[in-house]
Design a protein around this ligand. Structure first.
Ligand code: PLP
Length: 384
């Protein structure tokens, strides 16, 4: 069995992640911040530990600016729907995931002006084109740090600089890069960072969140939900401070215990070391696939400028057929189709059939890459 679907969710998880979750369920099990007893205090300590770990990873000066939710999708919805109003403008790129495009299209129907800047077919986006698309009503730029289809990395620091210069908010979808590529919210000029816990942070599904920078005006930032926070319980109005304003209801403490262990595991290895490992695998896979007649490989084809995600097609075979054969004949698990990113496939010229995506993680080996290339070669032989 070869798991090459880490861009969907990483597998396996480090043993410490599972142990931390079991330990919480077995030894703590209480609701954080609600009751004053020792187990409740321990649960709150675990949640705060997760905030501290995420803050350290992304160089966030104050852990209370790390707010937790179920995934990157909700974090992106919170930032977009919570900050943009009719009459505002927002600029994005042509490689976005539907977790950005769907809320944006809904906001467009409510009077928000949405501008999508064209990317090159390899997924790259020229920061100067972003700057040229800004209008007087533009309030926000939203971009993914890396495409989930071809891994192409955005020039974050340059776009962040433009956003600062123009007094705009910069929202970054780091679903594909958090833990896999160095990311520093201060150096990169990021105001809002949506992250997910279950991919390269090696936590469980059901964890993620939004980092809220100091330039964001909380007075204009509407939460998606309101309710019990364990704080200011004498009031019927939502607390107006971070993180409580965005964290109503009992949090996923068991998930956050696992997330904290996952982030610590990443930092013990270092993001740079994980990145070097994944870059090597990506280089190997791109070279192997490109050498096969009848195989088209998409993206920039430069491992140094993309994440560990490689999409390809085999001439004469539908992506779904390739995915089925990889699974059934070689035990290789991948993802085929449009990857929740129709905009990216339009940009790449692979809409509507999509492509076959292989995505690596910290546990993927060079032997896995050899096996994937050998399987693709045999399939290309069959397809032709
Ligand atoms: C680029 C990108 N953005 C957002 C998401 C959404 O992440 P989640 O499913 O954790 O909400 C994904 C997940 O695949 C993604 O790849």
């Amino acid at each position: 069995m070869i798991y090459l679907d880490n861009a969907a969710t990483s597998w396996p998880k480090p043993p410490g992640v599972i142990e931390a979750m079991v330990a919480f369920m077995r030894d703590v099990g209480a609701n954080p911040g609600r009751s004053g007893h020792r187990r409740s205090i321990e649960a709150a300590r675990l949640v705060y530990g997760a905030r501290e770990a995420v803050a350290r990873l992304f160089n966030v000066p104050d852990p209370l600016r790390v707010t937790f939710g179920p995934n990157a999708t909700e974090a992106l919805n919170l930032a977009l729907r919570g900050l943009l109003r009719p009459g505002d403008g927002v600029v994005t790129g042509g490689m976005e995931h539907n977790s950005v495009m769907r809320p944006l299209r809904a906001l467009e129907r409510q009077g928000v002006a949405v501008t999508v800047v064209r990317c090159a077919p390899d997924g790259s986006l020229d920061p100067a084109a972003v700057e040229a698309a800004l209008r007087p009503e533009t309030r926000m730029i939203v971009l993914n740090h890396a495409s989930n289809v071809v891994g192409t990395l955005a020039e974050l620091a340059e776009v962040g600089r433009i956003a600062r210069q123009r007094g705009l908010l910069f929202l970054v979808d780091a679903a594909q890069t958090g833990g896999a590529v160095p990311l520093d919210v201060q150096a990169d000029g990021v105001d809002l960072l949506a992250f997910t816990g279950h991919k390269s942070l090696y936590g469980p599904t059901g964890t993620g969140g939004l980092i809220v920078g100091e330039r964001v005006d909380l007075a204009r930032f509407e939460p998606l939900t309101r309710g019990g926070t364990g704080s200011r319980s004498e009031r019927e109005e939502q607390p107006d401070f971070l993180p409580d304003v965005f964290e109503s209801g009992t949090p996923n403490v068991v998930g956050l215990a696992g997330l904290a262990a996952g982030v610590r595991w990443v930092m013990e290895r270092s993001v740079a070391a994980i990145r070097a490992h994944e870059e090597g695998l990506t280089r190997q896979l791109i070279a192997g696939l490109r050498a096969i007649p009848g195989v088209a490989v998409y993206g920039g084809l430069d491992a140094a400028r993309q994440t560990a995600v490689v999409s390809f097609n085999v001439a004469g075979l539908e992506p779904s057929e390739v995915g089925l054969r990889l699974d059934e004949d070689w035990g290789i698990m991948c993802r085929v189709g449009l990857h929740c990113a129709p905009a990216a496939h339009h940009t790449m010229g692979t809409f509507p059939a999509g492509a076959v995506r292989l995505s690596m993680g910290a546990f993927t080996t060079a032997a896995d890459m050899d096996a994937a290339v050998a399987a693709a070669r045999e399939l290309a032989g069959r397809g032709g």
